[in-house]
Design a binder for this molecule. Sequence first.
Ligand code: PHE
Length: 467
Amino acid sequence: MSDTREHFSSRLGFILAAAGSAVGIGNLVGFPVSATKNGGGAFLLVYALFVVFICLPVMMAEMAMGRQAQKDPLGSYKLLSGNDTKWSFAGFLAVLTPFMIAVFYMVITVWIFGYLSQVAVGNLDVLADPKSFGVFINSSSVFAYMAAVALIVNLILVGGVKQGIEKAAKFLMPALFVLLIALVAYVLTLDNAMAGVKYYIIPDFSKMNASVLNGALAQAFFSLSLGMGILMTYASYISKKDDIVGSAKMVALTDSLVAFIAGLMVLPAIFSFNPDTDPTKLSDSSVSMIFEFLPKILLALQTDIGYVGASIVAFVFFLLVFFAAITSLVSIVEVPTATLSDRKGISRKMALLILTGSIGVLTVLCTMSFGMVEGLTSFTNYGGASKSLFDIVYDVFYDTILPLNGLMVCLFVMYRWKKVRLSEELSQGCPGYAGSFTEKYVNFSLSTFIPVILVVIFINTVATKFF
Ligand code: PHE
């Protein structure tokens, strides 16, 4: 089986694909805004420490499992546990989670694509007033954009690992970087840009408290695509000669760097628009920033650079966000695709057809849960609020099961698969790993405090979200 499995053509291809997964909507807007609200440089520092000391070991463990097993997450748990049904459940969750998050992420990617298309044809009015977002997401044109996004994801994934995922990442990731730098360079020339940079960078340690720390870790965990089976799946497409330790560091660095640089785009824009902005009042939600707050700024640019100028800046911005979203969406749909074709022995094409169909149906239902269909809008209530279908998918899978999946990886690797095997796997392609400080740290942290932290986050989320 393993010799017929398709592989990335190079280590760079793998790094770009994994970084493409990691760099997503959250990096571009969510990260800079929560950093600014929660202590600026102090948040940046804490975030960086979390990435290095908590997320990197989990990332290496996920990659090691996938590379060793050369299988999808369900197959990896099964194979590495010697067919232990207890662990198959962890494998099952590692596939169900990306399937459901794909639905959630698809909904937002469709909106981004819709805005991008509108701006591309010169219709800046789509950004016009705050209500237009509500109108847009409840209009039937959303379904046409949905079909287009589904088609794009399929066209990439049907090409397989080398010709699909890797090729797309090799084009989209450098392009994303160029677009981002271009926007940063432009935004920094605006009046008051430096006020935004100051808020973003100057540390304010008084803002640090347990909930900020929890938020920073959750953000880092999610941003690095941990707990979604993605890195396990992508690592099953690399060869034994590749250096996982080095690759994981590169992916984490790229992801964090893009998030950091995005702050140099978002904050100066906000402060040049309104120098008196109170950063603590900014919305934490990427969705409301992208579709409600930032459009006001893009529109206001017209007075400076005219309609065409503002349209170009808006186009570049939405293209940037779309590129970030599509590489993440591709990675998350790849997990159930790989599982279905590996487990059931069906072709990729067939697996994609089945998944596009089922993810599509759920995406349509979620899309209709913003007002089109009454019964889906307030589907149920918990935690003191009425919840739409979309909210449920978000709360359950994104917020709650993600840390649980991370916990499973730690416990599995340390207590079932065992440290020696993890070390052996990570040393392949990285001979210096054996006996290094990194090895000692990874083994210690994964078997002790990282699982404890993940349990605490899990319990805390359940308690605050559902009760
Ligand atoms: N890192 C991605 C982001 O920040 C998270 C993600 C990855 C979401 C893959 C969905 C799919 O948006």
